[in-house]
Design a binder for this molecule. Structure first.
Ligand code: TUI
Length: 320
């Protein structure tokens, strides 16, 4: 069945589902698997050089002609070159994160791209609407990696009330009940990151996947608030080191120095000591490796979504 509605129409997908653009994790292998399963697979540029990004887009296109997205991380030292790649490669959907993309939105729109910035505040969502974004992705601070201040429960409805363009919900969604909850709060689609770390097609190191599977609720921590770019990670030796450095002398510089390259060390090498294992709070709810297509099917399983809504109806009825 094809889900009717704007996100599917805008992205050309079967489901209103976007795979989170996770630096080093979201490569051609994962993105192709998600796109072939009917979601929008996304390649994350992260801090990678343009050559790496170009190669991933080529690899994805060798596997599928389904639509895909490119996530442009705005703090990247290569951001200007990655922004140009978006036109050169005719990327169908461009998603931005970790900043304000207003320098690029107009040009990407003129080039015919669908543009979807990730936002963590009402002000940026409203600005993006004015700039001509097709939809926004409202990411609550349950998400992994770089986060804003507001939780999904408050951010989603706040942004839904303040923009007319569709709002995709992100941050904390890992199952069909979460998808139903997002729709209840006014979302037009969902973005799911952490659970896709556990896709068979995800090339992240086995140690990374193991950490996500083993994670308990209290293993989710936020580091680097002092730098102005807080990052949600799983507890680890590096996270403890970051936590103490943050309050020491020259905290911001120390955190930047310790954090540099730490995500790549975790994803590629599975470095237990010096790796930064970014993941959302829902890591504690994710418990097994499965094919990406199975994750997509479970997220949009109509029986599971209806069962959730029926439970909500029964709970309301019981108290009426
Ligand atoms: O971007 C993400 N998640 C990320 S990026 C990343 S790489 C990184 N590593 C270390 C430090 C910083 C980044 C790892 N995870 N998610 C999308 C997102 N964007 N979440 C929050 C925001 C955001 C926050 C503030 C977007 C805009 C913003 O303010 C923009 C402004 O300047 O007004």
């Amino acid at each position: 069945m094809k889900y009717p509605g704007t996100i599917c129409e805008l992205t050309g997908t079967q489901y209103p589902l976007i795979q989170g653009g996770m630096a080093w994790v979201s490569d051609a292998s994962l993105a192709a698997a998600v796109s072939m399963a009917g979601g929008l697979g996304v390649i994350a540029a992260g801090n990678a050089p343009p050559e790496w990004v170009e190669k991933q887009v080529k690899l994805l296109r060798e596997q599928t002609d389904k639509p895909f997205g490119l996530n442009v991380m705005l703090l990247s030292p290569y951001v200007a070159q990655i922004a140009d790649l978006v036109y050169d490669l005719k990327v169908p959907v461009v998603i931005t994160g970790a900043g304000n993309p207003d320098a690029y939105v107009k040009r990407w729109k003129e080039a015919g791209c669908v543009v979807a910035p990730v936002v963590a505040s009402r002000a940026l969502a409203m600005l993006m609407e004015r700039m001509g974004a097709d939809f926004v992705i409202a990411e609550g601070c349950e998400a992994g990696g770089h986060i804003g201040e507001l939780t999904s429960m408050v951010l989603w409805p706040d942004i839904v009330r303040n923009v007319k363009i569709p709002v995709v919900a992100a941050g904390g969604i890992f199952d069909a009940a979460g998808v139903a909850a997002a729709f209840c709060l006014g979302a037009a689609g969902v973005q799911v990151g952490t659970r896709f770390i556990l896709a068979e097609e995800c090339t992240a190191h086995a140690e990374y996947k193991e950490r996500v599977i083993r994670a308990k609720d209290i293993d989710s921590k936020v580091t680097g608030r002092i730098t102005g770019h807080p990052v949600r990670v799983l507890r680890s030796p590096l996270q403890r080191e970051l936590a103490s450095a943050e309050y020491g002398p020259d905290g911001a510089a120390m955190v930047e120095k310790l954090g540099e390259g730490s995500l790549m060390r975790a994803v590629v090498q599975g470095d237990k000591e010096h790796g930064s294992f970014m993941a959302g709070q829902c890591a504690c709810l994710c418990d097994r490796v499965q094919p990406a297509a199975e994750i997509v099917r479970e997220l949009f399983d109509p029986n599971a979504i209806h069962a959730t809504l029926a439970k909500a109806g029964n709970a309301l009825e019981a108290n009426a």
